[in-house]
Write a protein of this length. Sequence first.
Length: 303
Amino acid sequence: MASITVHPEIAPLQERVRELRTQLREALDDWHQLSTVVRPRIHATYASHFGTLERELQEVALAAAEMFRRVELLSIKHERGEKLTAEIVDLINQVVDKEYARFTMRVQEAFRMNERQREDAARKRESEGSDTELVSMYRTLVKQLHPDVADAASDASADDGIWHQVQQAYATRNAAQLRSLVMLLGADAALDRESDEWGIDRWQDEVASLEKRLALEQRKLRRLSSEEPFTMAAELEDEIWRQRHRDDLVRQIAQKHNELRESRRRYDDLTGGLVPPGHNPMKSKQDVSFEEDFMTNTYFGQR
């Protein structure tokens, strides 16, 4: 069978698509490696050195913030000339309890959920209604990567790394990551199945689209690697830096304890001991359990 001759103006565009696809794949692999391997490793190293201090700082920082909020609301009523009865004090405490329960829940989901918790949250979001585009992209990728459909000789489809990236992107609702993966595998399809059908304009559009997506992924990669904890990787190997950081954490803990004591003193002055700080008889055991879990698991720069 005679081979198909590719138009000379299209051939360089096809080669450029191949180059961009390779670079996009590398950028996605780097992002996945940083997110799923390097970051957990740095977190574990950090926790081994500073986990106890960070948990203590988290606990006292949250307690100080809550007490400050109670004093703030009580002071507003006091300055208005209202009498601070036991009922008003209790109501304010319940309001603050609810405010901080919501806050800690958002922080935990954003920064310190473990794998099981992330999966549970993803399932809950799916049950509440999934984004149409997200589901569509996920299904497209799964079908293309399925062994009954994918070409076993294709690196993009045979590599388990792509499959894991798809699963993680869908579990974390990362639509941008899914779009990049669709574009990456779409480039394969274009080269493998549609090259004889595309004109020069279509190939030019494909190059422009891939260049735009690659620039976006490279910016994301640079931004990610310039943030904590990646910027601390080298410092964690330096004992002098570790000692300075320990001292800094101890100073922050002491400062938060001072703030908490001052807020408690003001609270007692305002209430005369009418209601214990934070007392809320309506708070459920589930709320208490959640807050204890938050204190145990939330640290590393998220205070």
